[in-house]
Design a protein. Structure first.
Lengths: 393, 172
């Protein structure tokens, strides 16, 4: 049977249009966009065209505010470390939330080792940050607030606009990790009112190895990479032109097809949630019922462990994930799931199912049919299941 | 990630289940570190006549439990006591570094069940089933950061390489 990918948050295939644009750019030959000869000029034009497409996708007022990077992780490191270093004379306090991605957590921990202080605000049972907590956390020496747009494990969308109005009032720089949102949902940096916004190309079917950072004009942020004058002096290093061309085309398609994609995901997600109780019992759906990514479902299956489920489903050629691929292999229960109040054992039994453009309602049924058998097998193996049901009788 | 032997034992675990009239039961682990194993022994004439297990845990934990039951079945108590974490890991064709703790847990579960049998035989008051296993470094085994795979020094709680907290801790 063909492989069923329900792990789109880990990797997406390139769309044919993206592949074609990249292959034809490779075949045509390309130069260094910084060179002053014809080939360089042509490359520079291709680069700026991609920048315009991305600026249009996030409604950036000027393409100059878009800086291309090598991935979402680099963008996040750039934003957090870049602001911390640039504003060290003003203060050394940062505010973040308890459910950020590791690129935020680790960037901030590194700064902590250098004497910066951090306040991490909690989330409610749906994974939402309260803007009041952010207000209370901001001090006179706070230089940066970093909160994610949508959580990569439970899909919850944070109240970014409300937080932005707080940071604006207090004149604190606001960075948003929107890696799993840009190109998936409509993102408008002007409406959100953010200073920095990180994104990556692969979540909307562009190539891996390319990302970007929106830097609102006037934001004080140092480059992470020093060297040449590329990217308006904001990110040195010869541009990954082929990747950026792919990103540009993916951005155009994401903007053009946004509504159709959203309604497809909505249909799949609804079908999934409606059918799930017909196949398994004793589960928890994580994340906010309304403010959530349209393409993600997080489900905790009680008494069994996630990696075992993933391996058994893989034997049925079905790809799912326990949590973000970056963190799998880790033995600890997810900090996100513990933060929303799950028990350790429940957190260990959590699956992240992410739909993609090729998925159909038939795929949902195929997944649930296989899941039913897997859950049965693993619960039969589980001492926790036995215990829970002994006490009942 | 896993060897063929590990995948075989994971896909077709041997000796799954419980023994109603077991005369030795051992339970180790906690959900915080990811795995819980329960071993049931039926010992006759100082020999493991039957052994069954139930495990909540990752692929490695299930494979370790299964392999361990095969290794222990039919052995005398003294022989079974000698089965070490390393023997199980080796029989499985090795385990990824950050999953070696699963093999620790497996042998611990067996030894705990054997101790329960001996305690019952000596008519010692039966204590609580052992839920908390102190993490020990056996035979020079090392711990590795689950995030970045770099070796972690004895007693360290923060990985020096990636700055993440790595202590497993105990759940109360």
């Amino acid at each position: 049977m063909n492989i069923l990918n329900l792990d789109h948050i880990s990797a997406n295939q390139l769309l044919p249009e993206v592949q074609d644009a990249m292959v034809s750019a490779i075949k045509m030959g390309y130069g260094n966009p910084s060179s002053q000869h014809k080939m360089g000029e042509q490359s520079s034009e291709a680069l700026e065209k991609a920048r315009e497409s991305v600026a249009a996708l996030i409604n950036s007022p000027s393409p100059k505010e878009v800086v291309f990077t090598s991935c979402g992780t680099e963008s996040i490191n750039h934003a957090i470390k870049g602001v911390a270093l640039a504003s060290a004379d003003k203060g050394k306090h940062l505010v973040t939330s308890n459910i950020e991605h590791n690129s935020v957590i680790r960037s901030i921990r590194r700064l902590k080792m250098m004497g910066y202080q951090v306040t991490s605000v909690p989330v409610d049972k749906y994974g939402r940050v309260s803007p009041d907590h952010v207000t209370k956390a901001i001090r006179d020496d706070t230089i940066l607030v970093s909160i994610m747009h949508a959580n990569n494990e439970i899909g919850t969308i944070e109240p970014i606009e409300e937080i932005a109005s707080i940071t604006k009032g207090k004149k604190v720089t606001f960075h948003v990790d929107a890696v799993d949102s840009v190109g998936v949902l409509p993102i408008d940096v002007q409406k959100l009112g953010v200073d920095l916004l990180s994104f990556a190309s692969n979540p909307f079917y562009g190539p891996t190895g390319v990302g970007g950072l929106y830097i609102r004009r006037g934001t004080n942020v140092w480059p992470l990479l020093e060297g040449g004058i590329q990217e308006n002096n904001k990110r040195a290093g010869t541009e990954n032109l082929i990747g950026i061309i792919g990103l540009g085309v993916a951005a155009e398609l994401a903007k053009r097809d946004m509504d159709a994609r959203l309604s497809q995901f909505k249909r799949l997600r609804e079908k999934f949630l409606k059918e799930l109780p017909n196949y398994v019992d004793e589960y928890i759906i994580n994340g906010h019922p309304e403010y959530c990514l349209p393409n993600l479902v997080s489900v905790s299956l009680k008494y069994i462990e996630g990696e075992s489920i993933v391996l058994m489903m893989d034997d049925e050629d079905i790809e799912i994930s326990t949590r973000s691929a970056c963190a799998s292999g880790s033995l600890r229960a997810s900090h996100v799931l513990l933060s929303i109040g799950l028990q350790f054992a429940e957190a260990q039994g959590t699956l992240v199912i992410t739909f993609g453009l090729e998925n159909t309602e038939k795929d949902v049924v195929r997944f649930l049919t296989a899941l039913k058998e897997t859950v049965k097998t693993l619960r039969n193996l589980s001492p926790l299941y036995k215990k829970a049901h002994q006490t009942e009788h | 990630m896993y060897s063929e032997t590990v995948m075989d034992h994971f896909r077709n675990p041997r000796n799954v289940g419980t023994i109603e009239d077991a005369n030795g039961v051992g339970e180790v682990g906690n959900p915080m570190c990811g795995d819980i194993m329960t071993m049931y022994l039926s010992i006759k004439d100082d020999r493991i006549d039957d052994i069954k297990f139930q495990t909540f845990g990752c692929g490695a934990a299930i494979a370790v439990s299964s392999m361990l039951t095969e290794m222990a079945k039919g052995k005398s108590i003294e022989e079974a006591k000698k089965i070490s974490n390393k023997d199980v890991a080796n029989a499985l064709g090795g385990l990824p570094k950050n999953k070696l703790h699963c093999s620790n847990l497996g042998a611990d579960a067996l030894h705990s069940a054997l101790k329960d049998y001996e305690d019952r035989k000596a008519e010692k008051p039966r204590g609580e089933l052992k839920r908390k296993e102190k993490h020990e470094h056996v035979g020079g085994e090392k711990c590795y950061c689950p995030y970045c795979d770099v070796e972690i020094g004895e007693g360290e709680t923060v990985c020096a390489n990636c700055a993440l907290t790595v202590d497993v801790g105990q759940q109360d």
